[in-house]
Design a binder for this molecule. Structure first.
Ligand code: HEC
Length: 140
Protein backbone atom coordinates (compact mmCIF):
# COMPACT_ATOMS: atom_id res chain seq x y z
CA UNK A 1 0.00 0.00 0.00
CA UNK A 2 2.99 2.26 -0.43
CA UNK A 3 1.41 4.61 -3.00
CA UNK A 4 -1.55 5.27 -0.69
CA UNK A 5 0.73 6.17 2.19
CA UNK A 6 2.69 8.60 0.05
CA UNK A 7 -0.40 10.30 -1.27
CA UNK A 8 -1.83 10.59 2.23
CA UNK A 9 1.30 12.33 3.46
CA UNK A 10 1.37 14.52 0.42
CA UNK A 11 -2.30 15.35 0.88
CA UNK A 12 -1.69 16.54 4.42
CA UNK A 13 1.18 18.72 3.22
CA UNK A 14 -0.92 20.14 0.41
CA UNK A 15 -3.68 20.92 2.90
CA UNK A 16 -1.27 23.32 4.57
CA UNK A 17 -0.41 21.27 7.62
CA UNK A 18 3.26 22.19 7.69
CA UNK A 19 4.02 19.77 10.50
CA UNK A 20 2.71 16.89 8.41
CA UNK A 21 5.44 17.58 5.85
CA UNK A 22 8.14 16.50 8.28
CA UNK A 23 9.41 12.95 7.83
CA UNK A 24 7.77 11.82 11.04
CA UNK A 25 4.20 12.29 12.14
CA UNK A 26 3.38 14.82 14.83
CA UNK A 27 2.35 13.22 18.12
CA UNK A 28 -1.34 13.17 18.92
CA UNK A 29 -3.40 13.16 22.08
CA UNK A 30 -3.61 9.37 21.97
CA UNK A 31 0.21 9.20 22.07
CA UNK A 32 0.26 11.39 25.17
CA UNK A 33 -2.31 9.37 27.07
CA UNK A 34 0.09 6.51 27.78
CA UNK A 35 2.78 8.94 28.95
CA UNK A 36 0.24 10.65 31.16
CA UNK A 37 -0.92 7.40 32.76
CA UNK A 38 2.71 6.38 33.37
CA UNK A 39 4.06 9.69 34.70
CA UNK A 40 1.22 11.89 35.85
CA UNK A 41 -1.85 9.87 36.80
CA UNK A 42 -0.46 8.97 40.23
CA UNK A 43 -1.11 12.58 41.26
CA UNK A 44 -3.40 14.11 38.67
CA UNK A 45 -5.57 10.99 38.29
CA UNK A 46 -6.20 8.82 35.23
CA UNK A 47 -8.84 11.31 34.06
CA UNK A 48 -6.55 14.30 34.82
CA UNK A 49 -9.02 15.69 37.36
CA UNK A 50 -6.50 15.84 40.19
CA UNK A 51 -7.65 12.78 42.11
CA UNK A 52 -4.79 10.34 41.68
CA UNK A 53 -3.88 7.88 44.47
CA UNK A 54 -1.08 10.15 45.74
CA UNK A 55 -3.20 13.29 45.76
CA UNK A 56 -4.55 12.86 49.27
CA UNK A 57 -1.10 12.48 50.76
CA UNK A 58 0.10 15.74 49.26
CA UNK A 59 0.39 19.06 51.00
CA UNK A 60 -0.87 21.05 48.03
CA UNK A 61 -3.36 19.21 45.86
CA UNK A 62 -2.43 18.39 42.26
CA UNK A 63 -4.39 20.61 39.88
CA UNK A 64 -7.44 19.47 37.97
CA UNK A 65 -5.81 19.57 34.54
CA UNK A 66 -9.14 19.55 32.71
CA UNK A 67 -9.88 23.09 33.94
CA UNK A 68 -6.73 24.82 32.69
CA UNK A 69 -8.44 26.44 29.69
CA UNK A 70 -11.53 27.48 31.66
CA UNK A 71 -9.36 29.08 34.34
CA UNK A 72 -7.53 30.93 31.58
CA UNK A 73 -10.61 32.57 30.11
CA UNK A 74 -11.35 29.72 27.72
CA UNK A 75 -7.96 29.67 25.99
CA UNK A 76 -5.56 26.78 26.47
CA UNK A 77 -2.22 28.39 27.47
CA UNK A 78 0.05 25.96 25.62
CA UNK A 79 3.34 27.72 26.40
CA UNK A 80 2.58 27.96 30.10
CA UNK A 81 1.55 24.32 30.29
CA UNK A 82 4.69 23.25 28.41
CA UNK A 83 6.94 25.13 30.79
CA UNK A 84 5.14 23.66 33.79
CA UNK A 85 5.71 20.15 32.55
CA UNK A 86 9.29 20.41 31.45
CA UNK A 87 10.56 22.76 34.11
CA UNK A 88 12.31 24.98 31.56
CA UNK A 89 11.01 27.98 33.43
CA UNK A 90 9.72 28.24 36.93
CA UNK A 91 6.36 29.89 36.68
CA UNK A 92 4.21 30.64 39.71
CA UNK A 93 2.10 27.54 39.07
CA UNK A 94 5.13 25.29 39.17
CA UNK A 95 5.76 24.87 42.86
CA UNK A 96 7.90 22.44 44.81
CA UNK A 97 5.16 19.82 44.77
CA UNK A 98 5.11 19.34 41.05
CA UNK A 99 8.17 17.36 40.01
CA UNK A 100 10.12 18.10 36.87
CA UNK A 101 10.29 15.46 34.20
CA UNK A 102 13.61 15.83 32.47
CA UNK A 103 13.29 12.39 30.89
CA UNK A 104 10.37 13.65 28.84
CA UNK A 105 12.87 15.82 26.99
CA UNK A 106 14.62 12.71 25.61
CA UNK A 107 13.99 11.64 22.06
CA UNK A 108 13.45 13.48 18.82
CA UNK A 109 12.16 17.00 18.32
CA UNK A 110 9.03 17.95 16.42
CA UNK A 111 8.08 21.41 15.13
CA UNK A 112 5.45 22.88 17.45
CA UNK A 113 3.43 26.03 16.82
CA UNK A 114 2.19 27.20 20.20
CA UNK A 115 -0.02 29.82 18.63
CA UNK A 116 2.37 32.53 17.47
CA UNK A 117 3.00 30.99 14.05
CA UNK A 118 6.58 30.11 14.91
CA UNK A 119 7.56 26.46 14.69
CA UNK A 120 9.75 25.63 17.66
CA UNK A 121 11.59 22.28 17.82
CA UNK A 122 10.07 20.65 20.90
CA UNK A 123 10.59 17.18 22.42
CA UNK A 124 8.07 14.74 20.96
CA UNK A 125 6.98 13.37 24.36
CA UNK A 126 6.25 16.85 25.66
CA UNK A 127 4.14 17.66 22.62
CA UNK A 128 2.26 14.37 23.03
CA UNK A 129 1.47 15.23 26.65
CA UNK A 130 0.46 18.74 25.69
CA UNK A 131 -1.92 17.38 23.04
CA UNK A 132 -3.37 14.96 25.56
CA UNK A 133 -3.95 17.62 28.21
CA UNK A 134 -5.49 19.95 25.65
CA UNK A 135 -7.78 17.13 24.50
CA UNK A 136 -9.26 16.68 28.00
CA UNK A 137 -10.11 20.36 28.60
CA UNK A 138 -13.61 20.96 29.90
CA UNK A 139 -15.56 23.49 27.86
CA UNK A 140 -17.75 24.79 30.66
C1 HEC B 1 3.99 14.03 42.57
C2 HEC B 1 2.70 14.48 42.09
C3 HEC B 1 2.63 15.01 40.68
C4 HEC B 1 2.98 14.36 39.51
C5 HEC B 1 3.56 12.96 39.37
C6 HEC B 1 2.67 15.28 38.45
N1 HEC B 1 2.15 16.44 38.93
FE1 HEC B 1 1.50 18.04 37.84
N2 HEC B 1 1.10 19.05 39.54
C7 HEC B 1 1.22 18.55 40.82
C8 HEC B 1 0.83 19.57 41.77
C9 HEC B 1 0.82 19.41 43.28
C10 HEC B 1 0.47 20.71 41.02
C11 HEC B 1 -0.01 22.06 41.54
C12 HEC B 1 1.09 23.08 41.44
C13 HEC B 1 2.20 22.83 42.41
O1 HEC B 1 1.97 22.85 43.61
O2 HEC B 1 3.35 22.61 41.95
C14 HEC B 1 0.65 20.35 39.61
C15 HEC B 1 0.40 21.19 38.54
C16 HEC B 1 0.47 20.84 37.22
C17 HEC B 1 0.15 21.71 36.09
C18 HEC B 1 -0.31 23.16 36.19
C19 HEC B 1 -1.82 23.13 36.18
C20 HEC B 1 -2.46 24.49 36.20
O3 HEC B 1 -3.31 24.68 37.07
O4 HEC B 1 -2.15 25.32 35.36
C21 HEC B 1 0.33 20.98 34.95
C22 HEC B 1 0.09 21.43 33.51
C23 HEC B 1 0.78 19.66 35.36
N3 HEC B 1 0.85 19.61 36.72
C24 HEC B 1 1.06 18.65 34.47
C25 HEC B 1 1.62 17.44 34.85
C26 HEC B 1 2.04 16.42 33.91
C27 HEC B 1 1.90 16.51 32.40
C28 HEC B 1 2.58 15.41 34.65
C29 HEC B 1 3.25 14.15 34.14
C30 HEC B 1 4.36 14.32 33.22
C31 HEC B 1 2.46 15.78 36.05
N4 HEC B 1 1.87 17.01 36.13
C32 HEC B 1 2.87 14.99 37.10
C33 HEC B 1 1.64 17.29 41.18
C34 HEC B 1 2.11 16.33 40.30
Amino acid sequence: MRPTLISLTFGACAAGLIAACTPEEMPEASDGRGLFIANCAVCHGADAKGDGPMARAMESAPSDLTLIALRNGGTFPAVKVLSTIDGYTKSSISGPNMPEFGALLDGDLVPLDTGDGVLTPTPRKLVALLEYIESVQATR
